[in-house]
Design a binder for this molecule. Structure first.
Ligand code: SF4
Length: 344
């Protein structure tokens, strides 16, 4: 049995069924989630005999770190093997006092966005909730004391709303004080445009941040670069965003990968402003992170800056995102279980 797959109630029952006092469950929760501990031997306030029994009958986590890479900018990419032999990746980025982990929600991805390396590899399977959570536990256990994980973005491999039940359970563990206790304001779910998923999260919660990977301002272009647009055309997507319940001062982030001669004209910027009308929003402009074999090229600096100016003049915050970890294929759209890691 994998302990991370249990809820706190199930863990309490598991401990009670062994005839042990209930506070042992609380101690285990602390070690697993708050301390990010992956080894029973480190759980010092639990008697050695019990640690041995637990180690014989259970495992703390199911993910195994297969390899790790570090970028020159400090970004870390971790490759995990899953129990069934599949692989996933997560990326830890550092910016000022922020330590942001980008986690995967599926092994592979079925969405097929044309500018994304993950999309070119196809779909393997959904991740279980505990497989999503464990990516953060692993990172928490590795960070130095006093330098905890500050933000989580569900923006790695996969489309979160295609696996929403498990994603919701993982979000509960990320945010609940009994587990990782990270503020909802510091967690972002990113979708490639699943309007039904946006509506469902708006209805059911949790009220974490929403990011939408938009990348085009006409259906003609978006159909070509993001096949999900045929299911949820731009008008339907923007309607779902417009209805998404936002707390005061919160905005929806629109990701916009800048592709030369595809979506980077002044006309596009003006259309984008019209699409965003009435939605509290911010646009992240992402110069394409190229990968071998990509059919797209990055927009020129001139086009990116011109695009940004129009958005800003129109009253929309539009930072140009600096790529993190591009040298280790850890930047947006570059995750693919590549075999270029160093051994752990
Ligand atoms: S951008 Fe996201 S949704 Fe699109 S193919 Fe890549 S991983 Fe999947």
């Amino acid at each position: 049995m994998t302990l991370t797959s249990l809820s706190s109630e199930e863990l309490r029952k598991f401990i009670a069924d062994k005839g042990l006092p209930v506070y042992r469950a609380k101690q285990l929760l602390h070690w697993i989630y708050t301390a990010g501990c992956g080894d029973f031997n480190e759980m010092l306030n639990i008697p050695k005999a019990l640690r041995c029994t637990l180690a014989k009958t259970t495992v703390i986590r199911s993910l195994r770190l297969a390899a790790r890479m570090k970028s020159t900018d400090g970004t870390e990419k971790n490759l995990f093997s899953l129990k069934d032999g599949e692989f996933i990746e997560s990326v830890l980025m550092f910016e000022g006092s922020r330590r942001t982990l980008c986690v995967s929600t599926q092994a592979g991805c079925a969405m097929g966005c044309k500018f994304c390396l993950t999309g070119s590899t196809g779909f393997k399977r959904n991740l279980a909730a505990h497989e999503i959570v464990e990516q953060a536990l692993f990172t928490r256990g590795r960070l130095l004391p006093g330098s905890d994980l500050t933000n989580i973005v569900l923006m790695g491999m996969g489309e979160p709303f295609e696996n929403f039940e498990n994603v919701r359970e993982a979000l509960m563990k990320f945010t609940s004080p009994a587990y990782l206790g990270i503020s909802k304001r510091r967690i972002t779910v990113s979708t490639c445009g699943n309007a039904a998923g946006i509506r469902e999260m708006g209805r059911l919660g949790p009220d974490v941040n929403l990011a939408v990977s938009l990348n085009a301002t006409t259906d003609k272009v978006r159909d070509k670069i993001m096949p999900i647009n045929k299911r949820f055309p731009i008008s339907e997507l923007m309607a779902a965003c417009r209805e998404f319940p936002l707390n005061p001062h919160r905005k929806i982030t629109f990701e916009y990968v800048m592709l030369k001669d595809i979506n980077d004209t002044q006309k596009d910027a003006k259309r984008l402003l019209r699409l965003l009308n009435g939605i509290p929003s911010k646009v992240n402009l992402i110069p394409l992170n190229p990968y071998a074999g990509s059919r797209f090229t990055r927009s020129t600096d001139k086009n990116i800056l011109g695009f940004q100016s129009l958005l800003v003049e129109g009253g929309v915050e539009a930072p140009i995102r600096k790529s993190k970890g591009a040298d280790i294929s850890a930047a947006c759209g570059q995750l693919k279980n590549s075999k270029i890691y160093s051994e752990v």
